[in-house]
Each structure stands twice: as C-alpha cells, then as structure tokens.
Write a protein that binds this ligand. Sequence first.
Ligand code: ADP
Ligand code: MG
Length: 254
Amino acid sequence: MYAEAHDLVTAPPTTAVRLEGVFKTYGSGSREVGALRDVSVAIPAVSFTAVMGPSGSGKSTLLHCAAGLDSPTAGRIVLGGTEISALRPKALTKFRRDRLGFVFQAYNLLPHLTVAQNVTLPLLLGGREVDRGWFDHVIEAVGLADLTGRKPAELSGGQQQRAAIARALVARPDVIFADEPTGALDSRTGRQVLDLLRYTASELAQTVVMVTHDPVAASYADRVLFLADGQLVGSMEDPDSQRIADRMTHLGAW
Ligand code: ADP
Ligand code: MG
C-alpha cells in the first residue's frame, strides 16, 4: 500500500532515533554513578539536534548509548526500525558500520592514507561500492576537492575534521553522531565545521546529533536538548546562543 499524497504532507516527521527509559550506570556499590537516569526522547530524521549540558552531565554517555557504542544498563534504543539495544555485539558492529556515521573531537584519520582513502575506507571495509558522483559531491561540500591526495599531517585541524565529516557522509548513514566536534578547533575553524554540519542536515537531508557544552555550537542546531546530571531537563527549538546560555544558567547547570 502506498500512502496518499496528503498523508505524506501531513505525516509527522519520521523518528531517526528513539530512547525509551534509558539508564546507564557505571561502577557499583558506593562507587555507582548514574550517568543516564531514565532518559526518553525521540530525535526526528533530517534534522540537526544538539545535546547540551555541563561537563559530566552524561552527554557522551548518551551519544555512545544512542549510537550503539555502549549498551544501556536498562531501557531501549531504536534506530530506524531496529532495536539496537537488543542486537548481539557482532550484529551491532555491522549495524554501526553500515548505518551510522561518527565524528569525534579527535579526527581519527589514518596517517598513512590520503584524504580520499580515509573517506572511502569504511565503505570498502563494509564491502560496499563507492558511488563516485556522491563522493565527488561530498568532497566538494566539505571543501576538500583539491586536497584529496593529501595525508592527514598535511592538513589543518579544520580540514582534518572536514575529512572526518566526509568519511561519515559518504556512506549515506541514517544518523551522524558527533561528540564535541569543534572541541579541538579555534573558533573560526569551528564555525566552518558547524556550518558544514548545518548544511549536511539542511541540504544533504542527513540526520545529525551533536553533543556539546558550547552554546554557540548548539545554536547551529534546529533543536537543543538540555541534559543535567543524567536527566533531560528541557529542550529549545530554533535556538540562539544567548537563550541557550540563559537556559543553562537557569538550570543551575554551569
Ligand atoms: P559529559 O560527556 O557530559 O562530560 P559523560 O557522559 O562523559 O559526561 O559522563 C557522565 C558521568 O558518568 C560522569 O560522572 C562520569 O564521570 C561518569 N562516567 C563516564 N564514563 C565512565 C566510565 N567509563 N566509568 C565510570 N564512570 C564514567
Ligand atoms: Mg563528553
């Protein structure tokens, strides 16, 4: 059965990632830390979502659990139609490789490979073909068209991070997860990376989830989720950096 056109128009946006009652506890006994405490949220597809909170609030833990890099102590995580929290390790590894993209503060590029080789490596490891047209489009979008033959050491930090974003994009993932992607960059270079993530969601129709402690970085998103002490404590649509900073102050989160 195909949906009628008017159904498509009025249908709510699809959910890319859903967390249901997620807990993550580290350690035990007197050393027990509740890094996530009953987090439930739906992240819409084809959007840019920022998760904002002070250091130690559970941002990285949330991202790692949502992306299947770590398993929750309790609760469910559903990505697309798949409950990843129920997958066995091998299936989870394959799911991550085939369906998700990652951008971390450290660029994690392989030093002996060129930009082009780094960008296409995950596809080759997954036994997938490189779509030449899409590769060219992505490389152009990240501004590295003239630098594809360079090694990471021959690139600036911002260029390396843009190569890492190209590597995430080239596989057309369901979701790109970014953890403090501008954390190692100066503010001007950081803004270029944030513009690129913004463009990725708006123009390349990707889903981006970024965790950050920086109100300026979060202001590039469509929606900000606020995390404090392992719990979601609010959200903001169409944010700007001043309102984000104000909200953080009111949450007593700094
Ligand atoms: P954020 O990314 O917001 O700074 P994290 O998710 O890294 O926060 O950490 C949340 C809490 O969980 C912190 O109290 C941190 O010390 C704790 N934590 C994170 N990872 C571990 C771990 N592997 N073992 C023990 N405690 C951890
Ligand atoms: Mg962190």
